[in-house]
Design a protein around this ligand. Structure first.
Ligand SMILES: O=C(O)c1ccccc1NCC(=O)[C@H](O)[C@H](O)COP(=O)(O)O
Length: 263
């Protein structure tokens, strides 16, 4: 079994357990449930730099990245840096994240927040909304077209933006539908962990202009972003490059300042 299959098998068990102890009604009672969401797609369309900065303590490909910094300090730093949005990994077992991280980030910043999670059930979308997310991620590698359709339509009914992630042509072709806002190309193969921004370049021409294009993973240089911009990308999801430093917020400030100067 590859790592992605393991994550999804665990996620099914986790969601079943959570459903049995926290009813949807309780999540819908959260004060955040009626909060007006802040669109990441719009923020990216209006931005020159387009950075989505991620909070990521560890990962299956790199194990420990940074367990020392607080999510509040990271969120504050990313907002001061002028990031368009923040991605918060909420998976505990493989990434060391939690829904509490999302809640703390929400309490700290106003910018759009992405719940970075392996979504397989509508319940997780209600959780996302109840913990202050503006955007959810759907991963085409682990969902059928019908699942993408029903989950994205449900997310839209909660006023959440939808970022659909693909890694190859088949995933892209099966996924294109009007209930998506952003199409993300993950430069990392989630089964082998190989990383190459060439994947974003190759798939770029096949992404219809109706969607905001986002390039995800393995981005660490200004040159990579300038290059990807020529292929129509408006959003750039960066995790490890910031999180591996002692002060991820300060690293983001330095990176975005340089990017602004170079564009
Ligand atoms: O990052 C991993 O090792 C990973 C493994 C299996 C599934 C997902 C994984 N990462 C999620 C992401 O997509 C990244 O955290 C995100 O795109 C940022 O990537 P990076 O800038 O390379 O940290």
């Amino acid at each position: 079994m590859n790592i992605l299959d393991k994550i999804i098998a665990d996620k099914h068990k986790e969601v079943a357990l959570k459903k049995s102890i926290i009813p949807i009604k309780q999540l819908e009672n959260s004060v955040l449930f009626d909060r007006e969401t802040n669109s990441l797609a719009k923020a990216l369309q209006n931005s020159d730099t387009g950075i989505i900065a991620e909070h990521k303590r560890r990962s299956p490909s790199k194990s420990v990245i940074n367990q020392k910094v607080s999510v509040q300090d990271v969120a504050d730093g990313y907002q001061n840096a002028g990031a368009c949005g923040m991605s918060v990994l909420s998976d505990g077992k493989y990434f060391g994240g939690s829904l509490e991280d999302l809640l703390l980030a929400r309490a700290t910043v106003q910018m759009p927040l992405l719940r970075k999670e392996f979504i397989i059930d509508e319940y997780q979308l209600v959780e996302a909304k109840a913990h202050g997310a503006d955007v959810i991620l759907l991963i085409a590698a682990v969902l059928s077209r019908d699942e993408i359709k029903s989950l994205s339509q449900f997310a839209k009914s909660l006023s959440l933006d939808v970022l659909l992630e693909v890694h190859n042509q088949d995933e892209l072709q099966k996924s294109i539908m009007p209930s998506l806002d952003m199409l993300g190309v993950n430069n990392r193969n989630l089964k082998t962990f190989e990383v190459s921004t060439d994947i974003s370049k190759t798939l770029s021409t096949q992404i219809p202009d109706d969607f905001v294009k986002v390039s995800e993973s393995g981005i660490s240089t200004i040159e990579a972003i300038k290059d990807l911009k020529q292929y129509g990308y408006k959003g750039f999801l960066i995790g490890e490059n910031f999180m591996k430093t002692e002060n991820p917020g300060a690293s983001a400030v330095e990176f975005i300042q340089k990017l602004n100067k170079d564009l």
